[in-house]
Design a protein. Structure first.
Length: 400
């Protein structure tokens, strides 16, 4: 038996040392020849099964890996810590494969054992994440509270757990239970951060933002922006979201700076960058910086990431910026086109175009053009009474 054990340990170790995926499959087939994992072979075969399964998992051979993990997990002769780890890895593969309920059950099983503390804690963490994902927020809070009561292993962080817990409490409308010193529980500015923590951090800040806790969202976004090693795509979206929160709070100059950082980011995140440009263009437009706003609106024309209303807003303000920068003939052509285009929808953008066109025509002493615009305004179902009255008065002055 010893000779057989040495032979297979040597053979499988040699196959796993290769970078060739086919060699990993040969190791898998060799393991299959040794199953079932029972009796006196379990003690030495169990570690080989887990090692081979992990190598297969790293290569993307998930079904083969799960088969070997399951064999090790089900054998009472395999050391308890190895069985716990095999079960945990099965849960990971179930989660990757979309079997969320199966993964939850597996994590529950691992979380209930005490032989391997690190694996048990990791299983609890993944279980809490899945419970949150499947909207079982109360259960997720219980798991997170259990973890926070223990000594947190290096593979996790108290910040991750506190942020996940805060998301659950928001979902449960229990914001009052979120620690007042939550920002103080997070790493300080300049600390290095892992990609997973950055994603959870962004998610928590976004939930605060969505639930109207803008100051706390600003604090979280700002702190995350000051971390090291924030993944590029996260950082691009982070600048956009921080800009949006600052805009909502009335810090318009700071907001513009964050939107510009999102646009200047070397990491492409098109959806976030288009929205950052749209918000920046509108802030510049409201500040009457028409020259700069014009270039942003020009860049936004045709962007597929805009909503239909945003696209209409871009086209209208593009025309108004042409007008305000004295490109009158181009403005008139564009606004006349836009009025017809917008008139095919249920919006009142055609009315807004007519208001600008009426002013433009009067400036150019185009009496007939102004009269036509004012007449459409008077008869437009979306025009308010004061607007119609003003248009009627202007029309009377033109005809007098």
């Amino acid at each position: 038996m010893t000779d057989s054990r040495d032979h297979y340990e040597s053979k499988i170790s040699h196959l796993l040392a290769s970078n060739d995926p086919d060699e990993k499959r040969k190791a898998y087939r060799t393991c299959l020849q040794l199953l079932p994992c029972s009796g006196e072979t379990a003690a030495w075969l169990g570690p080989l099964l887990v090692r081979t399964a992990f190598a297969l998992e790293q290569q993307g051979f998930h079904s083969e890996a799960r088969e070997l993990y399951a064999a090790a997990r089900s054998s009472e002769g395999v050391a308890e810590d190895l069985r716990a780890n095999a079960a945990y890895r099965c849960g990971i593969l179930q989660q990757i494969g979309g079997d969320l309920e199966g993964a939850i059950a597996t994590y529950e099983e691992v979380a209930a054992q005490h032989a391997f503390p690190l694996v048990r804690q990791l299983a609890k963490y993944h279980l809490a994440c899945l419970l949150l994902h499947t909207e079982r927020f109360q259960e997720a809070v219980q798991r997170l509270d259990s973890l926070l009561a223990e000594e947190i292993p290096a593979d996790l962080s108290a910040a991750q757990l506190q942020l996940l817990r805060a998301i659950c409490l928001i979902k449960l409308n229990r914001e009052a239970e979120i620690p007042e010193d939550l920002p103080a529980l997070l790493p300080g500015a300049g600390a290095k951060i892992e990609a997973g923590t950055a994603g959870i951090w962004m998610n928590a800040a976004f939930h605060f933002e969505q639930h109207g806790q803008l100051e706390l969202a600003k604090e979280l976004y700002s702190r995350l922006a000051a971390m090291q090693d924030v993944p590029g795509e996260v950082l691009t979206n982070l600048h956009f979201r921080l800009g949006f929160v600052l805009e909502c709070l009335g810090y318009y100059d700071d907001s513009c700076q964050e939107y510009q950082k999102a646009l200047d980011s070397p990491h492409t995140f098109t959806a976030a960058q288009v929205q950052a440009r749209w918000h920046l263009a509108n802030l510049l437009y409201l500040a009457e910086s028409y020259d700069t706003a014009f270039h942003h609106f020009a860049s936004l024309r045709g962007a597929s990431e805009l909503t239909p209303e945003q696209r209409a807003d871009v086209e209208l303000k593009y025309g108004i910026c042409l007008y305000r920068t004295n490109q009158l003939s181009e403005a008139k052509r564009h606004l006349e086109w836009f009025r017809q285009w917008a008139g095919r929808s249920d919006s009142d953008f055609d009315l807004k175009a007519d208001l600008v066109l009426a002013e433009l025509c009067q400036r150019e002493r185009d009496v007939q053009g102004a009269r036509e615009c004012l007449t459409r305004i008077i008869h437009h179902p979306g025009a308010e009474r004061l607007m119609k009255t003003a248009a009627l008065n202007s029309l009377e002055r033109l005809t007098s």
